[in-house]
Design a protein around this ligand. Structure first.
Ligand SMILES: O=C(O)CCC(=O)C(=O)O
Ligand SMILES: [Mn+2]
Length: 241
């Protein structure tokens, strides 16, 4: 086994190693029209490592300055933005990333195709790539609720390399609204109104957030104290035109 693979041994095999193998797919109803889909074995192990190697080397990663809560800081992960031509500009935390072309990175078109095949009816035209170089790189609590994605964006997130924890937390005003309503909830409703969810996003996995997840929930990839290796994340979104 190469040193690249140390610590990343697959915990389960790929009995049917082809694209779109939805084995292990889980659909989590978050309630109130929000939904998460988790496909742990979206892409076969070796294929995912080929993608990782290419992206780690070829993507023009940057670590920009961003502005959060009135303060400037360096974004705590590398990033790159890809978008189809003619879309409105993306801007977040006071930063407007340069939109690279899909044509410059043919592999990204292949990955996009695989994501579209796994999610019939979906359509993505932009991609935010993130590279977490170790456990101290992270993304803090936020939602991808920029107006250019519309009210119910679908966001498909592929993980390559080191696994990381991904957290979802219901936004506070929703929790207050639910309690204030004073309704008595049945067992199923209580379960679907759980306020936090945690996923371990493994090498080759796909996580999808749908419906009102961005309106009603925050998500984050927290820091990890123990030393970790590099994780590359691809977050596909649809910018409305
Ligand atoms: O790395 C991840 O899994 C999430 C990244 C993310 O939330 C974002 O880029 O908006
Ligand atoms: Mn996000």
């Amino acid at each position: 086994m190469s040193s690249r693979l140390r610590g990343f041994e697959p915990t389960d095999s790929h009995p049917n190693p082809k694209f779109g193998d939805n084995k292990g797919k889980g659909v989590i109803d978050l309630g109130n029209g929000s939904e998460v889909i988790h496909i742990p074995r979206f892409v076969p192990w070796d294929q995912a490592w080929e993608w990782y190697e290419y992206l780690d080397k070829e993507i023009p990663w940057t670590r920009p300055m961003i502005h959060v809560f009135g303060r400037s800081c360096v974004q705590p992960r590398d990033t790159c933005y890809i978008a189809s031509e003619g879309l409105p500009d993306l801007k977040y935390s006071g930063y407007q990333p340069y939109a690279h072309s899909w044509d410059d990175y043919p592999l990204l078109k292949d990955i996009l195709k695989a994501v579209h095949e796994a999610l019939p009816g979906s359509y993505f035209n932009s991609l935010v790539l993130n590279r977490y170089k170790g456990g101290s790189d992270y993304v803090s609590w936020h939602s991808d609720d920029e107006p250019l994605y519309g009210p119910t964006p679908e966001i498909a997130s592929v993980t390559l390399g080191c696994e990381r924890e991904f957290l979802l937390r219901r936004k506070p005003f929703k929790r207050q609204a639910t309690r204030a309503s004073g309704q008595s909830l049945g067992k199923r409703s209580r379960e679907s109104l759980q306020d936090q969810h945690s996923f371990v996003l493994k090498h080759g996995s796909l996580l999808v957030m749908r419906g009102y997840t961005q309106r009603d929930w925050h998500h984050s990839v927290p820091k990890r104290a123990k030393a970790e290796s590099v994780r590359i994340n691809l977050t596909f979104r649809r910018v409305l035109v």
